[in-house]
Design a protein around this ligand. Structure first.
Ligand code: B12
Length: 493
């Protein structure tokens, strides 16, 4: 007998666990799976017993999962997957099915939310997909004892005759202030096993946090299959209470907001900043901002409330390419906004992409010159990847060569080669971009200043110096010399 009211939630790793021990991206950053932690808190409040295994934080996770399957005998196992981690989720689902043949497997997250029925058609081990926001749909499925039906919105399931049905999206998104705080306590080792990208925080312990869902913009490369174009957010009061909880319960001193649009609602940010200034928590924070939604006054308030770093999406410094992929493509405006952030005394991080359709050596060189002319303290250069949920995916094969190998679609491999370019050329320019950035005196001085601005980053850097140097010399993913992990892999934020 399986326990109908017990579920195991898993955050798959995306590559073999035994190869992961010394992977450079694991040294650089590991973040808590906030979606799973949110579902866990929601379900527990409604009487479901939940266990979470985060394979990123625990390389020996296969063994942990098997032990939990044997001791807890959950009726359902749920996996949270991006495109690159989906096949690892399938491997773990197969392992769970071998251990407990009657267990029901449920997948959620961006990859399955984008592909829906196709996943059930091609992967018999997947019983259900929860497309979009997971809390309510998953709860309703548990209450129905794993019987899918059209009356559970947000679900993709098989009818008894094997017909695959998508019940349609939920009509309304959940009210975010009604959710309990994510069940961080269910993440073994939290907060110590989690770490923000190196040089991206002033102190430890730190964590990431989400205070809104969705983004109203529609950029060509962005996968918005989970929250689509809705934008919902926690009130300033809820957010302040969330941070107080993180401080009191876990001693957190710095938070990285992973919201797509932290400053989209100006009133909310102003109220939050007022609370943080009037009743200081002794915490600092980072956030991502969109250039259209900041101004000097707001940035001053954010600085006063503890904002340490703000990331800004630039994407490319080539005006023509930018115009193809971003609304309001104005490089001068972006540069002015970066200066504004810097002027407010907030560290700046630029987010860029290389290899978009239409890219050429000339456009990459223009990007370099643009970036090097800006007061950027840090930057992240992602290898453009056409995800199934992104608008570009539909026509990508008309624009170059696309090798759709999901396991490698992690923004650290060039799976798409734009017309007129080749892989070697892209790799060479990618390395040159980083090297030239890091060789600039003001950037080197900035890292030196990190000795007192982020002493823990330097400690991590020195402790893993050998691995970082091997990476810099070009061995890429340390545990897998054929691989191509990026030490700066921090999901564009
Ligand atoms: C924070 C973040 C990260 C963090 C941490 C991720 C983590 N530990 O979970 C870091 C920086 C490490 C990261 C890395 C990467 N990320 Co990232 N990341 C995000 C970001 C900004 C927020 C994720 C989040 O916490 N959302 C809030 C929670 C509440 O939502 P959620 O996780 O989607 O979960 C909800 C639903 O999806 C659903 N659900 C999710 N899982 C499950 C499971 C079950 C069983 C059920 C029923 C439901 C369910 O219910 C949840 C609650 O409603 C998203 C964009 C976004 N706004 O969502 C990108 C995003 C998920 N990342 C993306 C990418 C591309 C990556 C990287 C490949 C890029 C890179 N090289 O840096 C890596 C891959 C990492 C991996 N695990 O595979 C893409 C994924 C696209 C895709 N199809 O794969 C996204 C969507 C950004 C984008 N718009 O393109 N990422």
């Amino acid at each position: 007998m399986l326990n109908a009211k017990t579920v195991l939630l898993v955050h798959p790793l995306g590559y073999q666990a035994d190869a992961a021990g010394r992977d450079i991206s694991r040294l650089a950053n590991i973040m808590p799976p906030l979606g799973l932690a949110s579902i866990a808190a929601y379900l527990e409040r409604l009487g479901v017993v939940v266990h979470i295994v985060d394979c990123y934080a625990h390389p020996q996770s296969d063994r942990i999962i098997l032990d939990l399957l044997r001791s807890e005998r959950p009726a359902m196992i749920g996996f949270s997957c991006t495109t690159s981690s989906f096949l690892d989720g399938v491997r773990l689902a197969t392992m769970a099915r071998q251990e407990l043949p009657r267990i029901r497997t449920v997948f959620g997250g961006p990859h399955v939310s984008a592909l829906k029925e196709k996943i059930l058609r091609d992967f018999p081990v997947v019983d259900f997909i929860v497309a979009g926001e997971g809390e309510e749909t998953f709860h309703e499925l548990i209450m129905a004892e794993g019987e899918g039906s059209v009356s559970i919105p947000g679900l993709v399931y098989r009818e008894p005759d094997d017909e695959i049905v998508f019940s349609g999206y939920r009509e309304k998104g959940i009210v975010l202030d009604s959710l309990p705080f994510p069940a961080y306590e269910k993440l073994a080792g939290y907060p110590d096993v989690y770490r923000l990208p190196i040089f991206n925080y002033p102190r430890v312990p730190n964590t990431s946090c989400i205070s809104s869902r969705g983004c109203p913009y529609s950029c060509s490369y962005c996968d918005r299959s989970v929250f689509r174009s809705s934008f919902r957010y926690n009130s300033a009061e809820y957010l302040y209470a969330h941070l107080s909880y993180l401080k009191e319960r876990f001693g957190i001193r710095h938070v990285n907001f992973y919201d797509d649009q932290f400053t989209f609602n100006r009133d909310r940010v102003e109220s939050f900043c007022r609370l943080m200034s009037d009743k200081p928590l002794g915490m600092t924070f980072n956030c991502a901002v969109r250039a259209e939604h900041i101004d000097p006054d707001l940035l001053q308030q954010m600085k006063g409330a503890g904002c340490w770093m703000a990331s800004l999406g630039i994407e490319t410094g080539d005006p023509e390419l930018l115009a193809q992929h971003r609304q309001n493509a104005d490089l001068e405006m972006l540069a002015a906004k970066l200066r504004m952030i810097k002027g407010a005394g907030i560290r700046t991080k630029g987010l860029l992409m290389m290899g978009l359709p239409g890219e050429s050596e000339a456009s990459i060189r223009r990007s370099m010159e643009y970036v090097f002319s800006l007061p950027i303290d840090d930057f992240n250069l992602a290898k453009f990847t056409p995800f199934p949920g992104a608008p570009l995916y539909q026509t990508i094969r008309d624009k170059g060569v696309f090798e759709e190998d999901w396991a490698k679609m992690d923004c650290m491999h060039f799976q798409f080669i734009p017309q007129g370019m080749n892989r070697e050329q892209l790799e060479k320019l990618f390395t040159e971009f980083y090297k030239r950035h890091f060789m600039r005196p003001q950037v080197l001085l900035g890292y030196l200043a990190m000795l007192w601005r982020s002493p823990d980053s330097w400690r991590r850097f020195v402790l893993n110096l050998g691995d970082f140097l091997r990476f810099a010399r070009g061995s890429r993913r340390i545990a897998d010399p054929g691989g191509n992990a990026d030490v700066r892999s921090d999901c564009r934020l």
